[in-house]
Design a protein around this ligand. Structure first.
Ligand SMILES: Cc1ncc(COP(=O)(O)O)c(C=O)c1O
Length: 399
């Protein structure tokens, strides 16, 4: 029964308990506040500051003119699925067939779809803490219980098998691992990927590998979980065009799953989105089959920004992670002595700059902020100086 339920009949107008108790994203909250300040520097948003490469836009225009404006199959345009299977083989290093690929409305819809297929209400899912907040929001919508597994500085911000063993119960159905990680920038080392797969296998869990930043790894330490998995592992890997090709607004992602599950997920697309926007799928086809130099250029720019930003933060006395992938720097601001959300609000008010508060990413994010390398170099360097000054100022005021 809904908690607000009355006997007057008005309850029919109420939203469901799940909808009305939906947690709000604190990153969104900061973004909305910051947009009210026209002078604000934006380091809170995980959105490339590059435009979508022009050959991709042209491919969508051409496709629309040529009549690719109708419904597509539930699992995606066949040519795109074939190109994605090929991409996974060549760039992610594992075998995938077209019937294992489902094109989705961004990585987020792939994650929702998979978790919807795997979890009953009350089932448990192991999620990282800190992590991209949308994972928890999906679990909330599904009535699933989150088992947060810690990613701590003392464990190099990587999952520790002993934590997973401690948390897992007979109701646990899946573990989600995000590499390269938002917000930490860590990548899962090969041996650890193997250990985590062994753990999932021994407990009968599904393994969900969120690899939406796969081609934004800065060194060659990144490995796709699929490339170390056994062919019969219960593994679903999630990818996206959003970050890699600067295509956030096009809303195209995809997943790779065992054929039976992929088939089930395909059927589930019908009542949810039916299919992904057809011209956007043609744009994605041009992205994945066209010149990859555009990706290398953007990745190199993020790497340069990372190096310069870390220097400024270091000179300013702030400790940060050195991301191996994705485009975020995770900075320790505990010296300020105030909750990260309060710090984020004060930074907008007094320093005209926005950061993502660590607590937005989970309990263990407290004491940190996330800075996005997808902002311009000038904004990043100026923002980092302001942040360092302000954190020291608050720290001194406390002592
Ligand atoms: C870790 C992670 N997974 C998935 C996504 C989903 O992105 P999209 O739905 O734009 O593909 C994001 C976006 O920020 C992310 O950070």
């Amino acid at each position: 029964m809904r908690p607000q339920e009355s006997t007057t009949g008005n309850e029919l107008a109420l939203p469901s308990t799940i909808a009305s108790s939906m947690p709000v994203s604190r990153i969104r909250e900061v973004m909305d506040l910051a947009w009210e300040d026209p002078e604000a520097i934006h380091l809170e948003v995980g959105e490339p500051n590059f435009p979508t490469p022009s050959h991709i836009i042209e491919a969508a225009n051409e496709a629309s003119k040529a009549g690719h404006t109708r419904y597509a199959p539930n699992a995606g345009v066949p040519d795109l699925r074939e190109a994605l299977a090929d991409k996974v083989i060549r760039r992610n290093g594992y075998e995938a067939r077209q019937d294992q690929v489902v094109v989705t409305q961004g990585g987020i819809q792939a994650l929702y779809l998979v978790l919807r297929a795997l979890l009953e209400p009350g089932d448990e899912v192991l999620l990282p803490d800190p992590a991209w907040p949308n994972f928890r929001m999906i679990a909330h919508l599904l009535g699933a219980r989150v088992l947060p597994y810690p990613l701590l500085a003392e464990g190099d911000f990587l999952p520790r098998p002993e934590d997973l063993e401690r948390l897992v119960t007979p109701r646990t159905r899946a573990i989600l691992v995000n590499s390269p990680s938002n917000p930490l920038g860590t990548v899962l080392p090969r041996e650890l990927a193997q250990t985590l797969l062994d753990f999932a296998r021994s407990r009968g869990l599904w393994f969900i590998a969120d690899e939406v930043y796969d081609e934004l790894a800065f060194d060659d330490t990144f490995v796709s979980v699929g490339s170390v998995a056994d062919p019969d592992d219960r593994l679903v890997s999630v990818y996206s065009f959003s970050k890699v090709y600067a295509m956030t607004g096009w809303r195209v992602g995809y997943l790779v799953a065992p054929p039976d599950l992929a088939n089930l997920l395909t059927g589930m697309q019908e009542p949810i989105i039916s299919c992904v926007n057809t011209p956007a799928q043609m744009a994605a086809l041009a992205a994945v089959t066209g010149p990859q130099q555009v990706v290398r250029e953007m990745r190199d720019a993020y790497r340069e920004r990372r190096d310069e930003l870390l220097e400024v933060l270091d000179r300013g006395g702030l400790t940060s992670t050195r991301p191996s992938g994705a485009f975020y720097v995770w900075t320790d601001v505990s010296e300020a002595g105030v909750p990260s959300m309060e710090l984020a609000r004060s930074l907008i008010e007094h320093q005209h700059m926005a950061v993502a508060p660590g607590s937005a990413f989970g309990e263990l994010g407290e004491g940190y902020v996330r800075l996005s390398l997808a902002s311009s170099r000038e904004d990043l360097l100026e923002g980092a100086s302001r942040l360092a000054r302000f954190v020291h100022h608050l720290g001194e005021a406390q002592s």
